[in-house]
Design a protein. Sequence first.
Length: 310
Amino acid sequence: MQGLKWFVGALALLALACGGVSEPSTPVLRDGEGLLELPLVSTSAGRSYKLVGATFAITGPQNATLTDTSTDSVMLPLIAGTYSIQMNGDWHVERTDAPGVTVPVTLVSPNPMRFTLGEGETQPVRFLFKVPGDGTVNVGIGVDSGGWISGTIQFDAYDGPLPADPPDYFAELRGKSVPFVITFESATLTRVDDYWTKQVEVQTSPITVQFGGAPTVVLQQFASAFRGLPLSFTLMGSTQGSGWMSMMHIQTASGGFNWDLDMSRAMLDVDAEGFPLLKPFSFNQVNTMLFRQYMGNASGIVSNGTFAPR
């Protein structure tokens, strides 16, 4: 049976409706602007892939349509603020060494994707794809050891009238369904044989958190707060033939922003020694909670999830 080869694609490209340029350059920012970084080519396991035929609609404080996919990377100045980017068109992915030959892929990231751009900030936007192939699990932009967690959060509705004083910080999320993806480009893995359990401790490189759907102030604050943080979690197995995960917890240094993912019910395959296999797997009905210090919390269920631990 074929294995899976996966990669993170930050795929997008140039050009306002009035036209574009053939060579990428670094634009000069004006006061109040930030820079959206949109790479078009992603490299994994020595092979490069390119998105072809996509168009992108950006809506927010400044609207733009990206249509030119002829360059490898585009940087687009935009007025600082919160945006949504929607991938449209009859897009497909090709290997750069085999132009014209379509590679079968599945889009994993939310679409549309939301992002917040600060003044003077360069903000990359990544769309995540999976590519079937014959080989080991590989992921990343320029590296082979990254991973991701994606899914859809169905936030619980508030039971009763929303409080007015102080107002409910999470009011805009109550009862809504929001897709998300957490990505990281590399991870350090440590095996621990604890006799009763066979553990793999995972420490990731800095994460990027992205949410789909209509932009919300709360989720953009969480995404910004978590940007650049590492993620630590433990995969546990046994010689009994199954494995599981510890609670996944993301927290800022101040403790003001927290995100818990209770992955304990996600069952993992194990190898002959009982250690969890580090391969992508699907999960459903995972409990989750967002918490902001002194401002309450929003809980819900993650469905249609996919997790690639490295």
